[in-house]
Design a protein around this ligand. Structure first.
Ligand SMILES: Cc1cc2nc3c(=O)[nH]c(=O)nc-3n(C[C@H](O)[C@H](O)[C@H](O)COP(=O)(O)O)c2cc1C
Length: 207
């Protein structure tokens, strides 16, 4: 389906490039939930396919430029990270470093999802990621989802074996959309106001 201009633009970014990674499996469930909602255009970034340069470097990659434009145009962002060595992944940090100055995350609502092999889940990864996102001016939504013991939660095909966890992941979609729909002032298309002659008669498109 072609993108609808009045639809909300949501961008989801995985922070693992490991073949068969669990971050991608969790994100796929969230993406499935989002795609069932009306009025949403979801773009799932293929992090592993983008040649992100090291911080402060430029490689002139069109894919990186397109990535930055996609983030800038987004109404909401989902960042999904594995927990590596008690924090979020260096891949995710590199992705954030490549969002520019000021950061493309600035002013954007951001929902967080983390996966970890350990019993306490991705708590540290999510706290650190929240801190960095806040530092660059993102509006980090409360209620990040942390998945513990992730190897036991998904099968090889990416099916979630724990219905409670699946429900939690899916609920993140609803939380983000509720926030996007209820908190943002509607953008008023000025030309439309002129055509209708009376701005009071203009109603924002329903999404
Ligand atoms: C470099 C590295 C560091 C890790 N550090 C942690 C850790 O601190 N805590 C934890 O619970 N799991 C840790 N793990 C295990 C990961 O959480 C687990 O492999 C998980 O599946 C990673 O997500 P991914 O499959 O999306 O890459 C680590 C894994 C790697 C590769």
């Amino acid at each position: 389906m072609p993108p609808q201009s009045s639809a909300l633009q949501v961008v989801a970014i995985p922070g693992s490039v490991r073949p068969g990674n669990f971050t991608g499996k969790a994100l796929a469930i969230l993406a499935d939930e989002l795609r069932q909602k009306p009025g949403i255009n979801l773009e799932l970034i293929e992090t592993a396919r983008i040649d992100f340069p090291l911080p402060g470097m430029s490689n002139g990659s069109p894919a990186v430029k397109r990535f930055q434009e996609t983030v800038s145009a987004a109404d909401g962002i989902i960042l999904a990270t594995p927990e590596y060595h008690g924090s979020f992944s260096s891949v995710m940090k590199l992705v954030i470093e490549n969002m520019g100055f000021p950061s493309g995350l600035s002013g954007k609502p951001v929902a967080l999802l983390g996966v970890a092999a350990g019993k306490i889940g991705a708590i540290k990864a999510l706290e650190h990621l929240r801190s960095v996102c806040s530092h660059v001016g993102a509006i980090v939504l409360p209620g990040p989802i942390s998945i513990a013991g992730v190897q036991q939660v998904f099968d090889e095909e990416g099916n979630c074996l724990n219905k409670g966890v699946e429900q939690e992941i899916r609920s993140l979609a609803g939380n983000l959309l509720d926030y996007l729909r209820k908190s943002q002032c509607p953008e008023v298309p000025l030309e439309e106001m002129v055509r209708h002659g009376n701005s009071m008669e203009w109603a924002p498109p329903t999404v």
